[in-house]
Design a binder for this molecule. Sequence first.
Ligand SMILES: CC(C)(COP(=O)(O)OP(=O)(O)OC[C@H]1O[C@@H](n2cnc3c(N)ncnc32)[C@H](O)[C@@H]1OP(=O)(O)O)[C@@H](O)C(=O)NCCC(=O)NCCS
Length: 223
Amino acid sequence: MRGGNRCHTTSVPLWIRCAWENVGGYNDGMIRRATVADVPALGQIINDCAEYGLMLHRSYSDLYEAVRDYYVAVEPIEKDGVTTATIVGVCGLKVVWSNLAEIYALAVAPAARGRGLGRQLVEACVEDARALGIRQMMSLTYEKEFFLRLGFVVLDRQQLPLKVWSECLRCPKNQACDEIAMIRTLDDVPVIQGPTAPVTQEADAYDVPVPLVISSSRKESRS
Ligand SMILES: CC(C)(COP(=O)(O)OP(=O)(O)OC[C@H]1O[C@@H](n2cnc3c(N)ncnc32)[C@H](O)[C@@H]1OP(=O)(O)O)[C@@H](O)C(=O)NCCC(=O)NCCS
């Protein structure tokens, strides 16, 4: 484990130290489930990354609705002699089907990168998937090397179920997606025999299903 054992530094409030002691020896900070109070901070991290085209923007409405998807990384950050528990990373886990969940909105604040927080956030989601009995996790990403290091492998995106692509409808790269599909299988989790997810379609079949012209009959019926 990288970093010193900051549980015993005197500048850290007691409640943070107590929380650290409950997270299995993770001494650089704390990974925990998000709460509604975290939403503005985690939304800022996600939407800052979205500005660089690394992920989709998420509204407060989206974030509050899906708050149970998210884990956050919290670190004590000292400013002017006051130490505050600060959200420095976020990652979501969305259940797609009986055997598949999606790791999404993974983002670590630039100043906190390279210290293992991204890995810890993904592993928290992996444990969540395991607890739910979900055998595979996928991600659509530009960070191929990062996910390779975490045991994911590249997958032909056409093998993913149609449901995975629902968010692509609001992505500006909809018809020109260059993200890499990656997947990790938990061999200790049994395959669930259940309904089959609708299969995916050819890439050129993803037309945005929004009518570009409002028909005159519809206008008339509204007036
Ligand atoms: C991708 C991201 C989450 C990684 O977070 P991080 O906290 O810096 O990553 P970690 O420190 O946990 O790195 C884990 C491992 O991956 C490696 N790694 C991380 N980023 C890497 C990169 N861009 N290229 C190659 N290896 C990388 C680390 O060296 C480390 O290797 P190790 O096995 O020797 O420990 C972070 O860079 C980020 O927020 N990027 C912007 C948002 C983004 O692209 N998110 C992905 C969307 S799916």
